[in-house]
Design a binder for this molecule. Sequence first.
Ligand code: AKG
Length: 277
Amino acid sequence: MKQMEQHAPSPLDDFLFDLNGYLILQDAIAPELLARLNAEFDAFPADLEMGAWYRGAQRRDYTPDTGLELHQAVELGAPFEELIDHPSWIDHLRHYCGEEKSYVEGLFIDESIASVRTEGGHHPVHSGGYRGALRGRYSYEHGVFRCGQCNIIVALTDIGEGDGATMVVPGSHKSNLPHPLQGDYARGDRMDALPGAVPVYLNKGDALLFCDGLMHGGSSRTNPGERRIIIYRYGPLWGASRFGYVYDREFLDGLTPPRRKILQPVPPVERKQSNEG
Ligand SMILES: O=C(O)CCC(=O)C(=O)O
């Protein structure tokens, strides 16, 4: 198996990430890992009920229109573990949201999702700098990035026109005003024609890296077939699982130490028997 090269963020990456809030990492995963991940997707039970578990992951679709979304995808098997500290992006994540050059340097994955979208599916626009949660906030000050959360979306299928590409509003991670035509997330408004939004077309194996504070969502899939992506959300090591998922000891012990450190950066303190009372 060919090892991928470690990619460090370049000055151009930093400039474009600051400017736009996202980067496209071409050929981020090797064809053989792509094939193994797609084989895992082929085996997903398509009729899994909401809330039901498949291996260590749970079906939890974000909205009725997003399609099958398995949360805790890191627990779906070995190929998913390889994405945790993948050399194509891990140094970018450490740099953008890993509290670099501070006393709490390090990363944590607080959500991981395997997503299958079919015809008619979409994900309404959300986030943006305006009144954004601290968790997704963008910041660059004193020569360091301090993003609250950055996402990696890995494309397992080619994503072109009509395939339901992720859309972003470049620069919106720094917005001070609400988008006047944003629509309503809960109502399921589609973002296809949102002024300022652009689709991010990807070849299978490419990855999209973006600050969660960027306005983003998924355009309508109008083509037949499936769009397959994996989303890993990274943030500082002191973060917590958004939905309260915890890893069991056996799973953590089976990981390589660098991967274990990203899923459990601060191991719990074991209380020792006290002599007093
Ligand atoms: O499905 C997509 O393309 C976008 C996903 C998204 O917006 C999210 O998970 O926050």
